[in-house]
Design a protein around this ligand. Structure first.
Ligand code: FAD
Length: 429
């Protein structure tokens, strides 16, 4: 009988434990809380939601909405608990956080194949293991992970600029050009006149920032200053920094007062990031202020900018689409530490890693199908550009496009979602 060690009973580890145990695998689930807390958790319950109680959209034409539906089909314990403990939140799925976590904890503790070990794991052993220790992985274990993955492959901080969908970008305003026409025109440029800049500037310095956690100040301004912090030092700091216009004349040859650049974020050009806009603004404020940039009035934010402590691997090339370590086939990673982002995404990757490991124990291999959201996430983590790897929410930009072209976004996504759910239904696990 194989024993599988799962390290961390958060969103990913709890889901993984459930999936393996219900298939008859003996699971040892290690959780350090109660003995040792993280800087963000408050309880000793499994699958604690450290911040908002929202699991975001329930609509299958939304990335995380589709992921949730796929997970329901795969009998996810996280989805079962979330659905059972909903509180009213419009079209979003929000939960009563205490009842949600209590249900997960109780369900897992009642499963005869799960042995809970209440301790901090400092080293990864020789057993089959799923490491699901999250964005706040303890220091000793981080050291041990680095020994396995290489010193520079584990990041501790996430300072990311927002990523937007290319669909809503107004091409009549925005133009393609790289500064001084050096290299290929990989950038899109949003020009501002003086008046537009001033309005944007005022909005930016007046915008509300997210609450800082005490543990976040250490590396806060090292090399990667939030755009609102730069703005607070004066207009010039922006005009000589990320909004510098030199070398970026418009196609008609004019020099704008300021330019915001967008950099292609994936091969298919469905996503762009706003260059130099790492930010600590609240998400609603990012939408309000950044949509003032000419050409971006109607864009969708695929990922908001964040600045917080976040332990994550440079997964591309290191993990397979099954979340398995390429150099050691007995070790899997799951959750935020792999570079997926969000509660549901973390649980989803835990589910996929567990099914993959289960298949491996049977001498089989689970197919990673990027037509499904759950497969697309694994595929993204394994194959994104490792030079610029950033954690990513579930979104349609990472899913294999349809064969036929359909202009209407909602209609297209509906078809992609139906295709994904059909594939998940046929999955043999
Ligand atoms: P976790 O849920 O953190 O689980 C990891 C578990 O491993 C923890 O229980 C921890 O105690 C345990 N552990 C760590 N080290 C060890 C060890 N050595 N031995 C044993 N156990 C260990 N996502 C959202 O969708 N919405 C949000 O609002 C949101 N807010 C966030 C706020 C903060 C401050 C942070 C840091 C992250 C936030 N996230 C949010 C991102 C992410 O979705 C959550 O962190 C999510 O909990 C990640 O799931 P996980 O399973 O990867 O990690």
């Amino acid at each position: 009988d194989q024993i599988v060690d799962i390290i961390g009973a958060g969103l990913a580890g709890s889901e993984a434990a459930y999936q393996l145990a219900k298939r008859g695998v003996h699971v040892r689930l290690h959780e350090m809380r109660s003995k040792k807390m993280t800087p963000a958790h408050h309880t000793d319950q499994f699958a604690e939601l450290v911040c908002t109680n929202s699991m975001r959209s329930n609509d299958i034409t939304n990335g995380v909405g589709l992921l949730k539906e796929e997970m329901r089909q795969l009998d996810s314990i996280i989805m079962k608990s979330a659905d059972a403990h909903q509180v009213p939140a419009g079209s979003a799925l929000a939960v009563d956080r205490d009842n949600f976590s209590e249900f997960v904890t109780k369900s897992l503790k009642e499963m005869p194949n799960i042995e809970v070990v209440n301790d901090e794991v400092k080293n990864i052993g020789d057993n089959y293991t799923i490491v699901a220790t999250g964005p706040l992985t303890s220091d000793d274990l981080s050291k041990s992970i680095k020994e396995i993955t290489g010193q520079n492959q584990l990041y501790f901080y996430d300072a990311a600029a927002p990523i937007i969908s290319s669909e809503g970008i107004d091409r009549s305003v925005v133009y393609e050009k790289s500064r001084y026409d050096k290299g290929e025109a990989a950038y899109l440029n949003c020009p501002m006149n003086e008046e537009q800049f001033k309005r944007f500037y005022e909005a930016l310095i007046g915008a509300e920032t997210a609450e800082l956690h005490d543990f976040e100040d250490e590396k806060y301004f090292e090399g990667c200053m939030p755009v609102e912090e730069m703005a607070s030092r004066g207009e010039k700091t922006l005009l000589f920094g990320p909004l510098k216009p030199v070398g970026l004349e418009t196609p008609s040859g004019e020099m704008p007062y300021a330019v915001v650049q967008l950099r292609q974020d994936n091969v298919s050009k469905s996503m762009y990031n706003i260059v130099g806009f790492q930010t600590h603004l609240k998400w609603g404020e990012q939408k309000r202020v950044f949509q003032m940039i000419p050409g971006l009035e109607n864009v969708e934010f695929i990922r908001y900018g964040v600045m917080h402590r976040n332990t994550f691997l440079n997964s591309p090339g290191m993990l397979s689409g099954n979340y398995q370590l390429k150099d050691n086939s007995k070790i899997y990673f799951a959750g935020q530490i792999t570079g997926v982002e969000g509660y549901v995404e973390s649980a989803g990757s835990g589910l996929f890693a567990a099914l993959s490991l289960f298949k491996q124990l049977k001498g089989e291999k689970l197919k990673v199908d990027p037509k499904t959201m759950i497969g697309a996430m694994g595929n993204y983590v394994a194959n994104a550009d490792s030079k610029y790897f950033q954690p990513m929410n579930a979104n349609f930009g990472i899913v294999t496009p349809l064969d036929q072209k359909i202009r209407n976004k909602k209609e297209r996504r509906q078809l992609m979602a139906e295709r994904a759910l059909e594939i998940v239904k046929q999955m043999e696990v």
